[in-house]
Write a protein that binds this ligand. Structure first.
Ligand code: ADP
Ligand code: MG
Length: 140
């Protein structure tokens, strides 16, 4: 196992309900360190570019509108096997299928409004981190 970094986003359904601290506690309890974090209100264009990989999926428009609807918290999590570890802590995309104790099981409202984003592979993690943060902002 190697130390990795992954890009996490606390989505608008969660910031709206004041869940940033509870979600961050889940990351920290799992051994992930928050080495960068900022609160942003994404424009539709910024959210659309971030989720460009999903542009042909039927839910793309809804997803982009949702992500630009209210503030998000973007963050970089660091730790052993951080990409897979974060996906475990997040739980399944559909909260109905998420394991007990995961963020999505406890907090997600629906398949779309599912409280968190996490990178899915080393390449996407590197791209997504670079989309939001400069090297100077990553303080490990
Ligand atoms: P994950 O966030 O678990 O990596 P995906 O990358 O497949 O999931 O999808 C990106 C995001 O798009 C999901 O987190 C969710 O917000 C939204 N989404 C995915 N599938 C659907 C769907 N069938 N209906 C509505 N929104 C969806
Ligand atoms: Mg994904």
């Amino acid at each position: 196992m190697a130390t990795e970094r992954t890009l996490s986003i606390i989505k608008p359904d969660a910031t709206r309900r004041n869940l940033t601290g509870k979600i961050n506690a889940k990351f920290e309890d799992a051994g992930l360190r928050i080495v960068a974090q900022k609160r942003l209100h994404l424009s539709t264009a910024q959210a659309g570019k971030f989720y460009e990989v999903h542009k042909d999926r039927p839910f793309y428009g809804e997803l982009v509108d949702f992500m630009a609807s209210e503030p998000v918290v973007v963050q970089v999590l660091e730790g052993e096997n951080a990409i897979a570890k974060n996906r475990e802590v997040m739980g399944a995309t559909n909260p109905a299928n998420a394991d007990e104790g995961t963020i999505r099981k406890e907090f997600a409202l629906s398949m779309g409004e599912n409280s968190v984003h996490g990178s899915d592979a080393p390449e996407t993690a590197a791209e997504e981190i670079a989309y939001f943060f400069s090297g100077l902002e990553l303080v490990g």
